[in-house]
Structures are given as C-alpha cells and as structure tokens.
Design a protein around this ligand. Structure first.
Ligand code: B12
Ligand code: SF4
Ligand code: SF4
Length: 323
C-alpha cells in the first residue's frame, strides 16, 4: 500500500519535471535541469575563500555564506531548484573600442531573465497547483554554479565557470526555488577540464591562486564592476583595455572555442553603445546623459563615476602603450 503511494508520487514528480522543462525551453531558456537542495559539499571551499579575503569589498558574500552553504534555508519549504542556462554569446567585437564583457552587450540580463523566470514560476504553479516558487538571477544567497552542476547542466571549470558541454560557458544562470513535487536530475559527474590549464595561463592579472580559486581583488571583472574606489596605479594598469568586465578566461577555453554559438535570443540583441562604447563620451561624467543611455544596462552597476574611472584607465593604458 505504502509502496503504491510512493510509486504514484514518484510518477507524478517525474511527469511534472518533464512538463516544467518543456515549458522552460518554450519560454526561451536554452537548457533546464532540476537540483536537490542538500547542504553544499563545497562549503569548506567557500569558508576558506572568504577567510583568505578573496571577496575583497563584496561583504554581502560573507553575510550570505550560511545560506549559500545550505540552500534549503534560502526559501522556507523549498525542496528543489529549477536551474536554467541562457546562452549570451555574440561573437567577436571591435578591438578598437573599449572592451566590454559580452554578457553586457545587451539589455540588463537581470531584467530580461527576471521576467522569463517569473513566467517559469507561473508555469510551475500551473503544473503543481498550490506550489510556491521564487525566482533568482545573480541576486540573493543562491550558489548558482553549484546548483547548475547538481542539476546536471555542466561542470565547474578551473576558471570557476559552469561549463555546459554543448554550449560552453557564455551562459547566464537563472534559478527558481520551489516546493512543487519535481524529480531531480543527477549531478554532472565528470570534470572535463582534464590536463588543460589555458584559462589559468591566459588571465592577464594572474588572478587564479590555484585551479578553481580566484582572488577577486585581482580580477578585472571585480575591479571594473564591483570595486567602488578610484584605482591606484597598479589597479589602473591591471585593467588594460577592459572597460567593463573581462572575458579572457572564457575566450581561451577550448569548450567555448569549439561549442559557443551566437545566441538567437531576440531579447539579448547587441546594443552598439554597449559592445563598442565611446570612451571619451564616458569621460564627461554627466549623470543625465549617462542615465538616458545606460540606465537599463549593466553599466548602471558601477554607475557614472565608476564608468568614468574605467574609461580614464583604458585611455591612460593606451597612452602608455603608444606614447
Ligand atoms: C561574486 C560573483 C563574482 C565575483 C567573484 C567571482 C568568483 N569566481 O567567485 C566577480 C566580480 C569577480 C565575478 C566575475 C565574473 N562573473 Co560573477 N558572480 C558572482 C556571484 C554573485 C557569486 C559567486 C560566488 O559566490 N563566489 C564565491 C565562490 C567561492 O563561490 P562560487 O563561485 O559559487 O564557487 C563555488 C563552487 O565553485 C564550489 N566548488 C568549488 N570546487 C568545486 C568542485 C566541484 C566539482 C563542484 C561541484 C563545486 C565546487 O564551491 C564554491 C563555494 O561554494 C554569482 C551569482 C551567484 N549568486 O552565485 C555570479 C556569477 C558566478 N558570475 C557570472 C559571470 C558571468 C561572471 C563573469 C564571466 C563576468 C565577466 N565577464 O566579467 C566573471 C567571471 C570571473 C570568473 N572566472 O569567475 C555568472 C556565471 C555563469 C556561468 N556560466 O558560470 C554568475 C553565476 C551570475 C549569473 N547568474 O549568471 N563574479
Ligand atoms: S575574468 Fe579576466 S581577470 Fe578575471 S579571472 Fe578571468 S581572465 Fe582573469
Ligand atoms: S580553459 Fe581548460 S582548464 Fe580552463 S576551464 Fe576551460 S577546459 Fe578547463
């Protein structure tokens, strides 16, 4: 009798999972998997990373650590995470423009994916009436790469990126936590980096302390996006040609070289003022014109002062290279 009930529950959870994935793909996600929420097996690595000071001024990572280590605590009652990947790869940019990481070439992904995840959460409530569902993209204490690996979507490379074997790593991760009855996928068991260490060798600032351990304070992405103070001389030199973010440890990865294909996502179309920004215009630091041009883009995070600092750094580095 008990066994019969168990079997029926299991069959219902499997059916629900198939339907959630089908609806997720129909909404425009490139791949969808389902992860369990047991405590993080790599909690020790996170503690060590924080203790070493590698988070720099990202103090929110310290505050969120307890929940990142035990994702079941993030949303009371949640039993699984629906994890989505969305390809944002665009191809090569103009080397003459200030370099901007590809994830920022289109409208702010927090908004685009936030809306899409809301629709996926509504689909979950439709498939499992009475279920609760909450969406997260790059916000909140969600260990997104860890959950994506658990959902079977890829492995965490030596460059710390979640690498999908069919698409590479130029993907956004979006998560819906829910208490709906869903069957979880098996974790992605393999580590397909093998003996490669191209990302570690290519990082222009030697930010990797060891494979899979990044000192964010040395990472150009951190310096140009998260760091709020003016650059001191060494930091200014470290950013090189990068105006916003950095893609070097992804560009050299053989999994991207072989498998990354330009996205056809209509909501992630390239905006020229982002992909090839005018450095001297950014120097003027006018909040109104900045707000008009970049108010709904990822440049809003460092804001007008941060982007002026970044543009000044790139121009100073160019003058050094070509006096
Ligand atoms: C803080 C942060 C940063 C910081 C620190 C980056 C870092 N490597 O930790 C800075 C500003 C530098 C940064 C940069 C970038 N970021 Co960022 N960032 C985050 C954020 C908000 C938190 C990450 C975090 O907690 N870091 C602390 C480290 C210690 O934790 P972790 O990365 O989760 O690592 C865990 C696992 O690696 C696990 N682990 C360790 N060893 C092993 C081994 C195995 C087998 C397994 C399973 C797990 C495992 O343990 C660690 C601790 O739990 C996430 C969003 C989120 N909520 O998770 C986005 C996120 C990781 N960033 C993202 C992106 C796109 C970037 C950039 C590419 C942007 C750019 N082009 O400039 C760069 C890439 C730099 C790099 N090589 O990591 C994406 C990554 C997508 C993907 N496919 O992997 C995320 C998921 C945002 C999103 N929703 O899409 N980022
Ligand atoms: S994003 Fe750039 S600076 Fe940061 S670790 Fe990767 S290659 Fe190094
Ligand atoms: S460049 Fe090589 S080592 Fe680095 S993440 Fe890619 S496959 Fe792994």
């Amino acid at each position: 009798m008990k066994k019969g009930i168990e079997q029926r529950r299991h069959a219902e959870a499997s059916r629900n999972s198939v339907e959630v994935k089908r609806r997720g793909l129909a909404l425009g996600f490139d791949t969808v998997g389902i992860a369990t929420l047991e405590p993080n097996a790599h909690a020790g690595e996170l503690d060590q990373w924080l203790r070493a000071g590698y988070a720099g001024t990202m103090t929110y990572l310290h505050r969120q650590a307890a929940k990142r280590k035990d994702p079941a605590r993030i949303m009371p009652g949640a039993t699984v995470a629906i994890v989505t990947l969305t390809n944002y790869f665009h191809g090569d940019g103009d080397p003459e423009a200030g370099r901007v990481a590809q994830y920022a070439w289109s409208a702010d992904y927090h908004q685009v994916l936030g809306r899409r995840l809301d629709r996926l959460a509504a689909a979950v409530r439709d498939i499992a009436p009475g279920a609760n569902a909450r969406c997260y993209v790059d916000a909140g204490p969600v260990p997104e790469r860890e959950l994506a690996q658990r959902a079977g979507l890829g492995w965490i490379g030596k460059n710390m990126m979640l690498i999908d074997p069919d698409r590479g790593s130029f993907t956004f991760i979006g998560v819906v936590l829910t208490d709906a009855a869903l069957a979880a996928d098996l974790p992605f068991a393999a580590d397909r980096c093998g003996t490669c260490h191209a990302c570690l060798d290519a990082c222009p600032t030697s930010a990797f302390v060891e494979p899979g351990v990044l000192d964010a304070r040395r990472c150009i992405s951190y310096l140009t996006i998260e760091h709020t103070a003016e650059f001191h001389d060494t930091e200014q030199r470290m950013v090189g040609e990068w105006l916003f973010g950095c893609d070097v440890c992804q560009d050299v990865c053989p999994w991207n070289v072989k498998f990354a294909r330009p996205t056809g996502d209509a909501e992630l179309g390239v905006r020229p003022e982002m992909a090839e920004p005018d450095l001297t215009a950014l120097l003027d630091g006018n909040p109104e014109s900045f707000g008009r041009r970049f108010g709904d883009t990822p440049f809003e995070r460092p804001g007008v002062a941060g982007m002026r600092r970044n543009a000044a750094a790139v121009l100073a580095n160019r003058r050094r290279a070509h006096p």
